[in-house]
Design a protein around this ligand. Structure first.
Ligand SMILES: Cc1cc2nc3c(=O)[nH]c(=O)nc-3n(C[C@H](O)[C@H](O)[C@H](O)COP(=O)(O)O)c2cc1C
Length: 184
């Protein structure tokens, strides 16, 4: 059986990103039943509505990747209690021009890693609000608010705790089931 395609967007461009690490760990946890395509959002220009009629090539690429995906995995840091601008910028571009959004009707799983105690809970709440507006249905549970420590994740995204590994596999299994059941 073919595995559903999941486009992966990470809200950090840092080479040392703990969210990139978490995204790798989630992809490894779901690799038996899902197929992942990382989306590079670093080349997107800042959103400008003057370009809605003639989208830049990087935006057209983003929209094609999103449209081809059966599901979306969004892994994000929290910046000043909200969604980092790099991820919001990608969400804004993908929604344009008006009436031709690439996000409409998709399903998504949301996760995030932080060095702080709240583990991106506030940013993810903001993100879910945005995704609902974009007509993206999000996996309700389990929520994945991760405070990264050396005991949880290695620098290459290897999971170092069996409990955490079980949580990631459960998260991806539930997301795969949600993709499989489709949506109205
Ligand atoms: C501009 C900025 C704002 C931040 N704001 C928050 C915040 O509101 N909550 C939080 O838990 N961490 C915050 N942090 C710390 C991030 O959790 C930490 O830098 C994390 O490593 C960023 O994720 P990344 O490693 O994937 O880039 C902030 C970091 C930066 C650079």
């Amino acid at each position: 059986m073919t595995r559903p395609n999941v486009a992966v967007l990470v809200g950090s461009l840092s080479a040392r990103s703990i969210n990139q690490r978490l995204s790798l760990a989630l992809q490894a946890a779901g690799s038996e039943f899902l197929c992942f395509a990382p989306v590079d959002i670093s080349y997107l220009p800042l959103y400008n509505r003057d370009l809605d009629g003639d989208l830049p090539p990087a935006v057209k690429r983003l929209k094609k990747q999103v449209e081809a995906a059966d599901g979306l995995l969004l892994v994000t840091p929290e910046y000043n209690r909200s969604v980092p601008s790099v991820l919001k910028n990608a969400l804004d571009w993908g929604s344009r021009p008006y009436g031709a959004s690439a996000w409409r009707g998709k399903v998504a799983a949301v996760a995030g890693a932080s060095t702080g105690a709240l583990g991106t809970a506030v940013a993810q709440t903001h993100l879910r609000t945005i995704l609902t507006h974009l007509d993206i249905l999000t996996l309700p549970q389990p929520e994945l608010y991760v405070k990264v420590t050396d005991a949880l994740l290695s620098e290459t995204g290897d999971v170092l705790s069996p409990d955490f590994e079980r949580l990631l596999v459960d998260f991806m299994q539930r997301f795969a089931a949600m993709i499989g059941s489709g949506r109205a």
